[in-house]
Write a protein that binds this ligand. Structure first.
Ligand code: SF4
Length: 383
């Protein structure tokens, strides 16, 4: 089992909070699509013949692609890889790109899951973040996606936005869940270096929300999604039963994936590699039969840290039997000893052989997870 991720690096307008690799779209995707296909051909053996069970178009903004371009990319994947007939094929869209016809055409092209970047249903928030769409466009877009035949629809929301109080956030969640969507991803706004928001914060023009407000909004998220029948299967992800993102779940379960396009990451079980974050250099290199990427071989300690960091964020938690099998007694003792104090504080719990964060623990998940990170090389589990 394996996945394929395609990074479409173009956006029609750049959001002020975003630190993904992306450039402003110039309207013609043909050179990029050709390069993407060439990269696939060059790397057709990366997954060592594994069946591909998920394909994910992310970015950037995949909805700058036409349905025909999307179909041609999917055809190329199918020609080179063994794609399961029931593979989950996700496509991220921005509301202002959605029309009924476009969605029907994407469905016909083989896409079976849509992830729509709503972010907020308040125009003030959208304007502050320099989103290109309005709340009205987002509502119309969800309607069109649902009318076009997609039943597996996910929406993205952002909370912790300056100026959006918990009441507004509660209204945002309620209205989003009033549509017949099956999945919600909700992320707290983070102000990352290199973004316009960061510059504004440095100049005192933007103030991050305080911890109390963040906690109140996260609590509302847990409460309202729970009432609506969504399961919090990863800290930021909520799905109705049978509608969890298979692609993302596989990331968290260390399933190999091939990442294509500039800045895309790949993982084969032994190493991680990531393509150059420069679309022009990417296209030129691939056209001359080369790949420009950096690579990290994963030693046992890095694998341990990655496992703990990702699994603690999920509803499946840390599997102690797995830890003992892969990381031996040293890894097992390390996890069990550390978890004791968090269990005593009510921040973690243990069921049989699994350790999880409680809802209270999820509020300070970054702090807890950082304590589980194995110390520097030369100490425990050194290679
Ligand atoms: S948030 Fe999405 S649409 Fe906005 S700039 Fe980043 S990748 Fe593009």
């Amino acid at each position: 089992m394996a996945g394929i991720y395609l990074h479409i690096p173009y956006c029609r307008q750049l959001c002020y909070y975003c630190d993904f690799y992306r450039v402003v779209s110039h309207g013609d995707n043909s050179l990029f699509i050709e390069a993407l296909k060439k990269e696939m051909t060059l790397r057709k053996n990366y997954l060592a013949g594994s069946n591909v069970s998920t394909i994910y178009f992310g970015g950037g903004t995949p909805s700058v692609l036409t349905a025909e371009e999307t179909e041609s990319v999917l055809d190329h994947i199918r020609n080179l890889f063994r794609v399961d007939s029931e593979a989950e094929i996700t496509f991220e869209v921005n509301p202002d790109d959605v029309s009924l016809k476009y969605m029907k055409d994407l469905h016909m092209a083989g896409v079976n899951r849509i992830s729509i970047g709503i972010q907020s249903l308040r125009d003030e928030d959208l304007k502050l973040m320099n989103r290109r769409h309005t709340a009205a466009q987002a509502r119309e877009a969800i309607d069109n996606i649902l009318k076009s035949g997609f039943d597996n629809v996910s929406a993205d929301l952002i909370y912790g936005i300056p100026g959006m109080d918990p009441d507004n956030w509660a209204a945002n969640i309620e209205e989003t869940l009033s549509f017949d969507i099956r999945h919600l991803s909700a992320y707290h706004l983070t102000i990352e270096p290199g973004t316009l928001f960061y510059q504004m914060k440095e100049k005192g023009q933007l103030k991050e929300v305080d911890e109390d407000e963040s906690t109140a909004e996260f609590n509302l998220l847990l409460e309202k999604t729970g009432k609506a029948g969504f399961i919090n299967y990863e800290i930021s992800n909520f799905g109705k039963p049978g509608y969890f993102s298979i692609h993302n779940t596989n990331y968290w379960k260390q399933v190999p994936y091939l990442g294509l396009g500039p800045s895309a990451h790949s993982f084969n079980g032994y190493s991680r590699q990531w393509n150059i974050s420069d679309v022009k250099k990417y296209i030129n290199a691939v056209n001359s039969g080369r790949l420009i990427f950096e690579k990290e071989e994963l030693d046992i300690r890095t694998k341990f840290n990655e496992y703990v960091m990702t699994s603690l964020r999920t509803m499946w938690g840390i599997d102690l039997l797995y830890v003992e099998k892969i990381f031996e007694k040293e890894g097992y003792d390390y996890v069990v000893n550390l978890s004791g104090k968090f269990i005593n504080y009510g921040l973690m719990r243990q069921d049989d052989n699994n350790l999880f964060l409680t809802n209270q623990g999820k509020m300070i998940s970054d702090n807890i997870i950082s304590e589980f990170i194995m110390p520097s090389p030369g100490q425990l589990l050194s290679p």
